[in-house]
Design a protein around this ligand. Structure first.
Ligand code: ATP
Ligand code: MG
Length: 602
């Protein structure tokens, strides 16, 4: 196993999927073997000065830096970086920042962090494949000029409305623009003047000249370059023309020597234009062959969350959550604070696999992946979340002793720790019942139970306040029953409780997170809704998605480092919050319960 693989925790055999089949076939046929690579993105003239591309395949993850990454992006990252890793290739991180509005450095930084956090890298074998599409604007303009000069594009001066009407419908062919037959000289001149800033936004637009009667509407002379007087986060005021996404994206892929350009299904109708455009540019000698191929897969849809940037922005801006890294949000920064692990995401992505058909994945599948990873890796600790005092009447006053406890039930190599035991302990309120229900095995007057890692105790009774609420439970301990000593199990009991010594414990803030939405498809129609009723996804927000409590934790938890994860026995997996924890006084977030409490009641 390589070092890289070792560091990535539980691995699963790569699932066979249709994308891997395509890559296998391409490698077997040597389709991409002769491509040349100059070491940097560039057109054919530049690449052909290089030598054979050492990367067997090139994939890319191309986020637009206009928001934080979400769980759907994690799937795409695992897929693209995973393919490159498994096939001796490279995956590029490319900021698809061709739209001057809405893009910000804050998003760029966070995307970089999240990709690294997931365990992937765009660096390796002497290459650093981190790119900004906006650095390709010069080439994109040249390519548009080439299309104009070769009669494959024209400058249209119709209004947006006129263009929309002339586009036709699914059943009706479109109409040629009156500007379609402009001379090449006029087209080139107009495009120059568009770049020089002579015209207002929308006055002219460059369109590919394909076929206004094409059955695929995307081929009815799609727009490729538009005027937009706007400041760009990378190129500033250098440009007042910007490429359309459908023109820019294939070119970005080709300049970067991408072999397999993987995108979500909604781009399938764009593939004919993707191929048309790259073919024209290759014919003109501007791009190297073989050209990249676009492959579509179905996007990740998950129950109980929303994965659209627009909705996520609304949740943050309208303050339904505390920010982009709110642990309840399906963003990667939120997941990280929640305690979700990169290994869990990789495991989940492998399990979900890739397919061509849309599906809705159960949120439980993601939680199960997180549980599985943490069951292996998280040390166990004790926390009392709903404390009730247990007083051991026959334990010598002021005395305490040490209990030695394994950090992991099936991994002795994870060592042991000390839990101090004394005559006053915190136990869970639910572990005592004055009048036990049928089958109840924990503490009730006259019953015996074991204090895990400590002694067997016999319950004597309880104290109550004026309102009748139980405020303390009394018991006697059986000194010969200490766990780990000979004969300690001579007395058999059925109940087993966890506890924290009152004198030694650590009182801390604990946040119990639950799902942000209380229905599987937020915003969907409910039973009884009239036909056509549109519901707002905000109506489905779970009003109990977080409870902030004060809990009693065993003293070893004081030392927890930010982002350290534990299983709190019986309660679930918890992480020391990476923002609010202070050295020596961590606060904890519940990542996930031990069992699914939503779908399949366990
Ligand atoms: P949104 O639709 O939420 O605005 P987006 O897809 O437009 O997201 P981009 O930044 O363009 O956001 O996405 C970067 C990459 O992530 C794209 O290649 C896209 O296909 C992929 N991606 C986005 N959402 C999902 C998803 N739900 N499942 C799988 N891949 C996704
Ligand atoms: Mg997008």
């Amino acid at each position: 196993m390589s070092n890289a693989a070792k560091n990535q925790g539980p691995t699963v055999a790569p699932a066979i999927n249709f994308i891997r089949n395509i890559v296998d076939a391409d490698l077997a046929s040597g389709k991409y073997a002769a491509r040349q690579w100059s070491g940097q993105p560039g057109p054919a003239a530049q690449q052909l000065t290089g030598s054979t591309d050492p990367a067997k395949i090139r994939t890319r993850f191309p986020p637009e830096p206009n928001g934080y990454l979400h769980f759907g992006h994690a799937k795409s990252i695992c897929l693209n970086f995973g393919l490159a890793r498994d096939y001796g290739g490279h995956c590029h991180l490319r900021f698809d920042d061709t739209n001057p509005e809405k893009e910000e450095q804050e998003y760029v930084d966070s995307i970089i962090d999240s990709v690294k956090w997931l365990g992937f890298s765009w660096e390796g074998d002497g290459e650093t494949n981190l790119y900004y599409a906006s650095n390709y604007f010069d080439w994109m303009v040249q390519f548009a000029e080439y299309l104009l000069a070769s009669g494959h594009a024209y400058v249209d001066s119709q209004s947006a409305d006129e263009m929309r009407t002339a586009r036709g419908t699914l059943t009706e062919a479109g109409k040629n623009s009156p500007f379609r037959e402009r001379s090449i000289a006029d087209n080139l001149d107009l495009f120059k003047r568009m770049q020089a800033g002579e015209f207002a936004d929308g006055a002219h637009i460059v369109r590919a000249k394909i076929d206004m009667a094409a059955p695929n509407i995307n081929l009815r002379d799609p727009a490729i370059y538009r005027i937009r007087h706007a400041t760009h986060h990378n190129t500033g005021d250098r440009w007042c023309v910007y490429p359309m996404y459908t023109f820019a994206h294939p070119i970005e892929d080709a300049l970067e020597n991408v072999t397999h350009s993987i995108c979500t299904l909604e781009f399938a109708d764009q593939r004919p234009f993707y191929d048309w455009l790259l073919e024209r540019l290759a014919e003109g000698g501007l791009l190297q062959r073989p050209l990249p191929q676009q492959i579509e897969f179905s996007r990740l849809n998950l129950t109980y969350v929303v994965l659209s940037k627009r909705k996520l922005i609304q949740l943050v801006e309208e303050k339904h959550v505390a920010g982009w890294d709110d642990p309840r949000l399906p963003t990667l920064v939120g997941a990280r604070r929640r305690g979700y692990t990169p290994e869990g995401f990789r495991l989940f992505a492998e399990r979900v696999g890739v397919s061509k058909s849309d599906s809705l994945i159960e949120y439980t599948l993601l939680e199960d992946a997180m549980r599985e990873v943490m069951n292996e890796s998280a040390e166990r600790r004790v926390a009392v979340l709903d404390p009730l005092k247990l007083i051991i009447d026959n334990y010598p006053a002021g005395q305490s002793e040490e209990c030695v406890v394994h950090n992991h039930p099936f991994k002795p190599e994870m060592g042991t720790r000390i839990m101090p035991f004394s005559g006053e302990l915190w136990i869970e309120r639910e572990d005592f019942m004055e009048e036990p229900s049928k089958g109840y095995r924990r503490l009730f007057p006259g019953n015996m139970a074991r204090l895990r890692h400590g002694y067997v105790v016999k319950c004597l009774g309880c104290d109550k306040d004026a309102s009748g609420r139980v405020i303390a439970v009394h018991c006697d301990y059986l000194p010969e029953t200490k766990s780990g000593t000979p004969g300690s199990d001579s007395i058999k009991v059925k109940g087993n409780l966890h506890w924290v010594s009152v004198a030694h414990g650590y009182e801390a803030e604990v946040r119990l997170y639950d799902r942000l939405f209380s229905c599987p498809a937020p915003g969907s129609r409910r039973e009884g809704d009239a036909e056509g009723v549109e519901r707002d996804f905000l109506e489905d927000i779970n009003p109990n998605s977080v409870a902030v409590i004060r809990a009693w934790l065993e003293p070893a938890l004081r030392e927890a480092k930010a982002e350290e994860r534990f299983q709190f026995e019986r309660h679930g997996y918890f992480v020391a919050d990476r923002i609010d924890s202070k050295e020596g006084s961590p606060v904890f977030n519940r990542t996930v319960t031990l069992k699914d409490s939503w779908g399949n009641k366990a």
